[in-house]
Unconditional design. Structure first.
Length: 315
């Protein structure tokens, strides 16, 4: 009787696990499928256009003194700054793409991190354009210098991302041979799908909360000191990269279940270091922020290049 009872309990637990796995797969298929990605792209583009026009309208109303808003962020003072808003929505879509590519490839997932931080810098450039002072002593003005640093950084980051993707070519099977993925690899991909499925609602909640909190602080909070305001460029993305560090560490640990190759372990560890440096850059200002961002991406490229050399030696 005891054996029968334990057998029924075991089968019941197995059935629950199977149902849970099927539910996760179905949920992943709905929110991270290629069809959903294309629909999300269209929605984000429409929202970006609408938000751009809305931002321009608000700037116009404030400039004509038809609307009075307590704007402590400086986002309603110059029409050029309106570009900042649609770029924010494009960045949110890039976050979705990062999660979308997570189950497919670790390197593509890391590449999306680098694209996101580059877009963050570009968005900051659009915001800082209104602060430029076109004078002969350009290199003595703080805002002008920051603009110069950011422009140079974007060019370097753009080139480094190109190198990163070139170092990650698609693997083609020799002589047309089709290799079935190992059981460990299938389990690893399933774990990444599970993580990606949970990340979508988590990031959505984080973005909604941060946006709501920022709007309240800037436009509705009474007696809020401007000096204590959080830098708008760090909103959401500071916490976002903190989550990515935890996910990167988790992926590194899970990867040990299907491989113990030294070069892959070091590569993934290097990616974690790169993400940590990006996260730390949000706590710095000026040239240090820009330099640390570039160094973080450079480290990722170097680790991937050395990893590829190890792969060539083993083939």
């Amino acid at each position: 009787m005891v054996i029968v009872k334990w057998s029924k309990l075991f089968h019941k637990k197995i059935k629950i696990l199977i149902n849970f796995s099927q539910t996760l797969n179905a949920l992943h298929g709905k929110i991270l499928s290629e069809e959903t990605r294309k629909k999300s792209e269209l929605i984000v583009v429409r929202i970006a256009i609408f938000s751009f026009l809305l931002h321009l309208s608000l700037i116009g109303l404030v400039d004509l003194h038809l609307l009075q808003i307590n704007d402590t962020s400086g986002l309603l003072k110059n029409p050029i700054v309106a570009i900042y808003t649609p770029f924010s929505f494009i960045l949110i879509y890039e976050v979705y793409l990062l999660v979308h590519y997570l189950p497919r490839s670790i390197t593509l997932y890391i590449g999306k991190q680098y694209e996101i931080i580059t877009l963050v810098v570009i968005r900051r450039i659009f915001k800082d354009l209104s602060k430029l002072e076109f004078t002969s002593d350009w290199f003595t003005r703080k805002n002008d210098l920051q603009f110069t640093y950011d422009i140079i950084a974007v060019l370097i980051l753009f080139f480094l991302i190109l190198l990163f993707y070139r170092l990650n070519p698609k693997k083609v099977a020799k002589d047309g041979e089709i290799r079935e993925p190992s059981k460990e690899m299938v389990n690893f991909i399933q774990m990444k799908k599970t993580i990606a499925t949970f990340l979508v609602p988590l990031f959505l909640l984080m973005a909604t909360f941060n946006l709501g909190h920022w709007v309240y602080e800037n436009f509705f909070s009474i007696g809020q000191l401007v000096g204590s305001m959080r830098d708008i460029n760090t909103i959401f993305f500071d916490e976002f990269f903190t989550v990515l560090i935890l996910i990167d560490v988790l992926l590194l640990l899970i990867s040990f279940l299907h491989t113990d190759e030294f070069n892959k372990v070091i590569r993934n560890s290097g990616f974690i270091i790169s993400t940590i440096l990006i996260k730390l850059s949000f706590s710095l200002d000026g040239l240090l922020n820009t330099v640390l961002t570039v160094v973080a991406v450079l480290i990722g490229v170097i680790f991937l290049a050395i990893h590829n050399q190890y792969d060539r030696l083993s083939n």
